[in-house]
Design a protein around this ligand. Sequence first.
Ligand SMILES: [Zn+2]
Ligand SMILES: [Zn+2]
Length: 202
Amino acid sequence: MYAQGITQDIIDRAKAFHGHWCGGLALGIRAAVWAVENFGTAADEEVVAVTETDMCGVDAIQALVGCTLGKGNLLFRDTGKIAFTFYRRRDGKQRRIVAKLRGGEVKSRILGLREELAAEGLPAETRRRLDEELAELRKKDLEFVLSAPFEEIFDIKPALHDMPGMAQRLPTILCENCGEGVMSSRIVEQDGRQLCMDCAEK
Ligand SMILES: [Zn+2]
Ligand SMILES: [Zn+2]
């Protein structure tokens, strides 16, 4: 009863990469599977992703779409939103998907339970009961994320920014203070010296 395109194998691959199973990863899996269906996988730099979150979900993008930090086709733009923009170089196709706030009873009850559990001096029996209810609700929420139609999980919008340029190989310059090699675009000019970011801050 997973949504179309979601399989146990896909879930397992994302889990293996991320290291644990969680709601954030489930959301990322939906985004990643949608991206592969609509943009293909990111062999070389064909598909570029801009992630607005550095939390769990982005690992599914790396594991399943093939956009990775090291290849230069995954960029982090820290807006604090669970949103991903995908671009395809070949034809300029682009879309930004933004996770919908899952309001609803389940989500607000989860928040309520978390608050109750944070209280001090809770009797052990009460704590156990609340923990159980929380686990059950989390499971429900996860099932919803993995089975609901994509449009109920993410809004699909146009990209907010132009496609990022190709990853560039820039010359290395030695910092005049510590002598470590620095990519030229990160060199800071200070009092006529070429410094790395850390030495310039001192
Ligand atoms: Zn996680
Ligand atoms: Zn330095």
